[in-house]
Design a protein around this ligand. Structure first.
Ligand code: FSO
Ligand code: SF4
Length: 536
């Protein structure tokens, strides 16, 4: 196996090409290679499970969960702990060996299915043809995003064997050298179709467990109690922490993508869930320091922590960092005692800002406002909606999104989800007849809401094509969940998505051309030009 790393799965990849010395995200070559190995052995396991299904044998839920967590573990900014990743490799090899014994017909299995730890060429560059490589990686990243959504649904006891079967058969197909560009392109679109299904499953899991998000005010200031800051996307982790901190005198705050927890009736009912602290993930290096209290990372995005706050960080689920304490799930429960004990000894947070923000405009809440919205569109009070969803990040070029939001005409409404919102959520852009100009549906995990809102508008306006709606799509991407959301939107027939701040490095010129020609995908230029072209 080569000593060099090669990773180009996220938007911040080095030089817009690939991280080959060390990751811009902080991922070291040995971690990158362990992740490549984990993906490789997972594909091998999936070739076996796919064969088992073809022989009408049942694949246990435990194996589905193993595959899901393996993929989620390799998502950007989730796991930097090489040892833990290698543990997962070994677990996967053991599971595969056992399942292999159950396969009747081993003749068609690929080499990876028989792999037992020998030195083989793996990783992105193992595929020589740049278009095939590009399509394989596009699918792999879509599946990583799918795994993240499925993992969250599973955490709330929602599952769908069909989704796991698709993920596994698709991963197995990525080992098949006989598949050509057209067949892989078809698989890209299939990934988008199942992407819609997994997002719907997670939406059902979240809303049936915690109620439909409702319009909510979230405080930005701080109190005087010792506190825990929760980051990432896992609502079940937050819920368990809220239960365990009840009556302890410890307050709980959200950071980054955990903000939308405040919109759910069954989470906002806890009085000690006091507010949101700070901004998007990339700000954690300064904001975690100032928070003073204990920190819980439930999912990506983790930035390699500075020493000044490293000993206050606890990780759980797919997240990992060698020097940070971990909380494992035992019999479906997580015990946060040690985290709470630490929090009690630490000072209250330093105030960053005051005031409040408003969110909770997921599908049911927007449907409840439908009459008002339709009236505003018919009267011309709302000229256009702009879907500005996705991720925030470190690149200076992302200032574009704040500037774009500020420059949008006053008769436009931003529909948002994901941590991209931090670029404009606090700008006080006003409202249109009581409808705020920034409607936050929730996490990137809730992008499904935006699709449902678009489909509802199509229905109420009696249109035959979602692209005839007065909606522009200005999507900021960073990691692989955004890749899945993009594929899901393409599957839903959405055209002319403007993707930025840069196009993915993993799209070869030919693959990019297919996306441009068939779906009208384009990049961004500058605010003035783009406003003129897209908004008019
Ligand atoms: Fe943001 Fe990070 Fe939610 Fe992403 S926290 S960037 S798409 O990993 O997950 O939106
Ligand atoms: Fe580079 Fe992104 Fe890969 Fe990290 S995840 S190594 S920043 S491409």
């Amino acid at each position: 196996m080569s000593d060099k790393m090669f990773c180009y799965q996220c938007q911040e990849t080095a030089g817009g090409k690939a991280c080959s010395v060390s990751g811009v995200c902080g991922k070291k070559p040995e971690v990158a290679k362990a992740q490549d190995l984990l993906i490789y052995v997972t594909k091998g396991l999936c070739a076996v499970t796919t064969q088992l299904r073809a022989e009408n044998k049942i694949v246990k839920v435990r194996i589905n969960r193993l595959v899901t967590l393996n993929l989620f573990t390799t998502i950007t900014n989730a796991n930097f702990d090489r040892e833990k990743i290698i543990e997962r490799v070994q677990k996967t090899l053991i599971a595969k060996k056992r399942l292999l014994a159950e396969v009747d017909d081993k003749k068609t299995l690929p080499t990876a299915a028989l792999y037992s730890g020998a030195d083989v060429e793996i990783g992105v560059l193992a595929t020589a043809d740049e278009d095939i490589r590009s399509l394989r990686e596009l699918i792999t990243y879509g599946l990583k995003g799918m795994a993240a959504y499925l993992y969250h649904a599973n955490a709330l006891n929602f599952d769908d064997e069909k989704i796991s079967a698709f993920m596994q058969s698709t991963l197995a197909k990525l080992l098949d050298d006989s598949l050509n560009g057209d067949e892989l392109t078809a698989l890209v679109l299939e990934t988008g179709r199942v992407g819609v299904a997994v997002m719907a499953l997670l939406d059902k899991a979240n809303t049936e467990t915690y109620g439909n998000p409702e319009i909510s005010k979230v405080k930005l200031g701080v109190g005087k109690n010792p506190a825990i800051l929760v980051s990432g996307h896992d609502l079940r982790d937050l819920e368990q922490l809220l239960e365990q901190t009840e009556g302890t005198g410890v307050d709980v705050y959200t950071h980054g993508e955990m903000l939308p927890a405040h919109y759910y009736p069954k989470l906002k009912k806890y009085p000690h869930l006091v507010g949101n602290y700070g901004n998007a993930w990339q700000m954690q290096t300064t904001e975690f320091e100032k928070f003073n209290g204990a920190l819980l990372l439930t999912t990506n995005c983790l930035v390699p922590p500075k020493e000044s706050y490293r000993d206050r960080i606890f990780t759980t689920g797919a997240v990992g960092y060698p020097a940070c304490k971990r909380i494992e799930e035992v019999d479906g429960k997580k015990d946060f005692t040690e985290l709470i004990r630490l929090a009690k000894k630490l000072p209250a947070p330093t105030e960053l800002e005051t005031g409040e923000i408003v969110g909770g405009f997921a599908h049911e809440q927007v449907f409840a406002l439908a009459d008002k919205v339709v009236e505003a569109v018919k009267s011309g009070a709302i000229r256009k909606f702009v879907v500005m969803a996705g991720c925030d990040g470190r690149h200076k070029a992302r200032q574009y999104y704040a500037d774009f939001a500020k420059a949008l005409p006053k008769d436009t409404v931003i529909l948002t989800a994901g941590c991209a919102k931090y670029k404009y959520l606090k700008l006080e852009l006003g409202d249109i007849g009581g409808i705020p100009r920034v409607l936050d549906a929730g996490q990137c995990n809730d992008s499904y809401s935006l699709a449902l809102i678009a489909l509802k508008l199509k229905e109420v306006f009696g249109l035959d094509d979602v692209n005839k709606l007065p909606i522009a799509y200005v999507i900021a991407w960073y990691e692989q969940k955004a890749v899945l959301v993009l594929l899901a939107l393409l599957y839903l027939g959405v055209k002319n998505i403007h993707l930025g701040p840069t196009l993915p490095a993993f799209l070869s010129p030919n693959v990019a051309k297919v996306l441009v020609e068939n779906f009208g995908i384009s990049g961004i230029t500058n605010v003035d030009n783009d406003l003129k072209d897209w908004i008019g």
